[in-house]
Design a protein around this ligand. Structure first.
Ligand code: GDP
Length: 438
């Protein structure tokens, strides 16, 4: 996401970053490039103007203060400004002291509203809450079924009935109270465009259940259109925040960068994939450093903490030190890494990774292939790959949908890795060597 904007901003800033003295012409040139980069990213024109004005102000200040690093100060100003338009502080959810905390989900059809409702429920569950989903989208018959399926996947109770949207919402909240659920997420109907009927319906639900939060789901891929949608909803509904979906398919970033400034409401959560765990709170500061290529180590660490099984990692490290690390261990570690998501995604969050490298296509399927090959080996083969002869190789290849040459290459690589570990002093051979003489 935001690939081209990030690259262009980096280009613009690289020209002034290290400069000990900035001329007015330097600043104007950089500002022009920043402006074009933002326009190309589909950022609202008024927002572009506001951003560049504020950066100019900071740059003029930096020049006047005779600072030693005026270039750096401009970079910082751009970073601050990106954080600002992305919403500033991370949105914080607070809960009703008298549960349940009711959340109303609004959005156009296809924006990702139903999926996002389930993702949100999953998020609350991971936070130790006991959410409940309510299907009040009776427009699209499949919507209730879809929500039911998603709810059972994440093991969260779901309520719906064929009455009216208002009745369903009301009964849903009552049911949550009765069975002791503390967060209720109500999925409402969407339509293809903003229309009066849709607005009336959701406004009526809102008056009836008095939600603590009203979230509007908008599709990042729709750019400026989704920002206009948000404005229309906000005029009627008094939104609390935006949930941005399909960030994974949004190469430009216009919606994310415009919505706060245009609608005046922050982005609370963002979704960047179809899977239920492709979702989390939206952190303007982290997103800004990601856009500017400064990395997003915090998100990476959080992802690792969430997905890594400490025990498996420790067991792997111990066996590595003992020189007993075999293909079975390798497989387990590989699965840990895979759980963290795509390698390309991880790379994009690391600071200092050059733009060229971030753009490299990394084939996550390669990891899948390795996993398939090791999975097709017997336990004995995994612990001692040297017994793998031609016929075993052919069997493993057939079992994993690869070729004998692939299997050979994997074993060769693994042997080399073992050799390298030994040469680094890891393993039993070196341990004997190091043992003090009696
Ligand atoms: P609704 O009509 O607003 O309830 O939309 P749905 O929840 O049914 O989602 C519409 C489509 O968008 C579905 O195919 C979802 O899988 C897909 N979708 C939702 N969120 C995301 C996302 O963050 N990334 C991608 N790539 N697809 C998404």
């Amino acid at each position: 996401m935001f690939e081209s904007l990030g690259g262009r901003l980096e280009d613009a800033l690289s020209k002034i970053r290290g400069k000990a003295r900035l001329s007015e012409a330097d600043v104007e040139l950089a500002l022009r490039e920043i402006r074009n980069a933002l326009l190309e990213a589909d950022v609202n024109l008024l927002v572009v103007r506001a951003i560049t004005d504020r950066i100019r102000e900071a740059a003029v200040g930096a020049m006047a203060s005779r600072s030693l690093t005026p270039g750096q100060q401009v970079v910082k100003a751009v970073n601050d400004e990106l954080i600002n338009v992305l919403g500033g502080e991370t949105f914080r959810i607070t809960y009703e002291s008298k549960p349940p905390t009711v959340i109303l989900m609004a959005g156009l059809q296809g924006s990702g509203k139903t999926t996002t409702s389930a993702k949100l429920a999953r998020y609350f569950k991971a936070q130790g809450r006991s959410p409940m989903l309510v299907g009040a989208d009776l427009q699209r018959p499949a919507a209730v079924e879809q929500l039911k399926t998603l709810a059972s996947q994440i093991q969260v109770p779901m309520f719906s009935e064929w009455t009216s949207p208002i009745e369903v919402a009301k009964a849903g909240v009552a049911e949550a109270r009765r069975i002791g659920r503390d967060v209720v997420i109500i999925d409402t109907a969407g339509r293809l465009t903003v229309d009066a009927e849709l607005m009336d319906e959701i406004a009526a639900i809102s008056r009836e259940v008095r939600p603590k939060y009203t979230f509007l789901v908008i599709d990042a891929m729709m750019g400026q259109d989704s920002v206009n949608t948000a404005k229309a909803f906000n005029d009627v509904l008094e939104l609390d925040a935006i949930v941005l979906s399909k960030l994974d398919g949004d190469a430009r970033g216009g919606a994310a960068l415009s919505v706060k400034e245009v609608v005046g409401k922050p982005i609370a959560f963002a979704s960047d994939g179809e899977k239920l765990d492709n979702f989390g709170p939206f952190h303007p500061d982290r997103m800004a450093s990601r856009i500017l290529g400064m990395g997003d180590v915090l998100t990476l660490i959080e992802q690792a903490e969430r997905t890594m099984d400490e025990e498996v990692a420790e067991r792997g490290a111990k066996k590595l030190m003992e020189g007993k690390f075999d293909l079975e261990d390798f497989l387990q570690q590989l699965r840990q890494v895979k759980k963290m998501g795509s390698l390309k995604g991880m790379l994009s969050m690391l600071p200092g990774v050059p733009k060229e490298l971030r753009d490299v296509e990394i084939d996550d399927a390669e990891l899948g292939k390795i996993e398939a090959m090791i999975s097709s080996m017997t336990k004995k083969e995994r612990s001692d790959p040297s017994i793998i002869d031609a016929s075993r190789r052919a069997r493993i290849a057939a079992g994993s949908g690869t070729t004998s040459a692939n299997v050979s290459a994997l074993i060769k690589q693994f042997k080399e890795m073992q050799k390298m570990m030994r040469s680094m002093g890891i393993g039993p051979a070196s341990a004997t060597k190091r043992r003090p003489k009696p």
